[in-house]
Write a protein that binds this ligand. Structure first.
Ligand code: HEC
Ligand code: HEC
Ligand code: HEC
Ligand code: HEC
Ligand code: HEC
Length: 289
């Protein structure tokens, strides 16, 4: 339409198109960053809680196990938050006058549960299950960080889809023996810190989660090291230890294999825990049903 607009307005139009484009891109980038920012994911934040409960004091200090309070983590999708009764097991006697514990005593006398603020909270349209993760060798600390060192709970990871997929694409890098899932200080195998593992054959009917036994002490070493190999008891399937004649045969002969890298251990566990392929584990229906 040269009769109405001269050449300069053409340039102007082009310029404003480019500008609009740039603004849209900038907005997109900002929104994307915002969506990943800790402000949105609440990663690393310590929400206000009715009681300043310290995992550091109770786990590292007093040596309580995670399962003492999160009783269902191995057998249900939810780990579970302990009822007031669990706290009163001790706090009926200890720190009975502490102001900090007033909400706990109050909850006990009134029967009203303490309302904890959730630190981890996936959207409802996502399916997540603790049971399968811990029974296939993913430790609490891999997802939640070193909880035993947290005076107040916070989320170590974003829990965004990308974070889940990142592991589902290559679970081997995070697998450990299931006996170590509660170990907050578990270290991956290395040249100077090897791990020895043995596995029992399918045919003995040992549950998958118990089919592998690992140790940090060289099983071929001296007698005292061999004697400390209690995990072997785990490998004695119930069918053999309880069943009549078979009971006299002690543990099944197992061969220990030495691992000096996470890669090797990961692939060994991948096979014995029968973990699906990355393709299966990243298909949408796994998490969105
Ligand atoms: C004495 C009881 C007790 C023990 C032992 C305990 N916890 Fe907790 N845990 C709690 C309570 C109470 C809460 C809720 C308050 C909070 O978030 O701090 C909680 C919260 C959590 C949360 C966050 C829940 C949320 O809202 O998303 C995680 C993760 C967690 N615990 C992991 C662990 C791990 C891992 C261990 C073992 C290393 C452990 N806990 C041991 C009592 C316990
Ligand atoms: C096995 C016994 C035991 C259980 C179970 C227990 N506590 Fe404690 N708690 C203690 C002891 C001992 C202390 C003192 C720790 C210290 O000062 O080192 C303490 C301290 C505290 C404190 C004071 C602040 C701190 O961390 O030092 C709070 C708050 C507290 N507990 C809350 C709870 C809550 C809430 C629960 C239940 C989810 C709970 N406790 C379960 C033994 C227990
Ligand atoms: C594969 C990652 C992963 C592992 C391993 C894992 N968790 Fe969780 N945990 C999560 C996610 C994700 C949530 C949030 C679930 C939701 O919002 O539905 C969560 C939530 C929790 C909660 C809050 C209550 C609940 O059940 O939603 C507790 C307590 C907890 N985890 C404890 C543990 C303990 C103890 C272990 C180790 C035995 C553990 N978790 C292992 C990812 C994990
Ligand atoms: C550190 C590794 C890791 C992380 C992080 C992780 N997963 Fe998994 N997930 C696994 C492994 C290993 C399995 C077991 C696969 C198998 O048995 O084939 C699994 C299995 C699953 C399954 C299959 C359960 C079933 O019953 O079929 C679902 C659903 C799932 N994960 C959801 C999630 C979600 C949602 C997240 C993020 C919030 C997540 N996972 C984070 C490692 C992980
Ligand atoms: C391992 C588990 C897992 C798998 C597999 C998975 N998702 Fe998700 N997805 C999630 C989680 C967790 C969220 C929630 C993210 C959040 O809260 O930020 C999510 C969120 C979403 C959302 C909401 C938008 C958003 O980003 O928040 C869409 C859409 C989505 N997923 C689509 C898909 C599609 C399509 C596939 C298959 C290609 C898929 N997902 C596979 C775990 C998974």
């Amino acid at each position: 339409m040269p009769q109405i607009f001269d050449r300069s307005s053409n340039a102007l139009a082009r310029m404003s198109l480019v500008l609009t484009g740039l603004i849209v891109i900038a907005l997109g980038v900002t929104l994307d960053q915002l969506q990943r920012s800790p402000w949105v994911t609440r990663q690393g934040q310590r929400p206000d809680q009715p009681v300043p409960f310290s995992h550091k004091h109770h786990v590292q200090g007093l040596g309580l196990q995670c399962q003492y309070c999160h009783t269902t983590v191995e057998k249900s999708s939810y780990a579970g938050i302990p009822p007031t009764r669990t706290c009163m097991n001790c706090h009926a006697q200890i720190w009975t006058n502490a102001q900090l514990l007033e909400p706990v005593r109050n909850s006990w006398y009134t029967g009203q549960s303490i309302v904890w603020t959730k630190v981890h909270d996936l959207p409802d349209f996502v399916y997540f299950n603790h049971e399968i993760h811990v029974n296939k060798g993913i430790g609490c600390a891999t997802c939640h960080g070193q909880v035993d060192q947290m005076p107040l709970m916070y989320a170590q990871n974003t829990l965004q889809m990308e974070w889940c997929l990142n592991c589902h694409r290559n679970p081997a890098k995070n697998l450990r023996p299931t006996a170590e899932i509660y170990n907050m200080a578990w270290e991956k195998p290395a040249e100077d810190k090897p791990v020895w593992c043995a596995a029992v054959d399918d045919k003995y009917g040992v549950p998958t989660a118990q089919s592998v036994s690992c140790t940090r002490t060289d099983p071929s070493g001296d007698a005292s090291a061999a004697a400390s190999l209690t995990p072997l008891a785990l490998l004695r399937p119930a069918a053999l230890t309880t069943g009549g004649e078979a009971a006299s045969q002690s543990a099944i002969q197992v061969q220990y294999q030495k691992f000096t890298s996470q890669d090797d251990l990961g692939h060994f566990l991948l096979a014995h825990y029968k973990i699906r392929t990355p393709k299966d584990l990243t298909s949408c229906e796994v998490c969105h049903r």
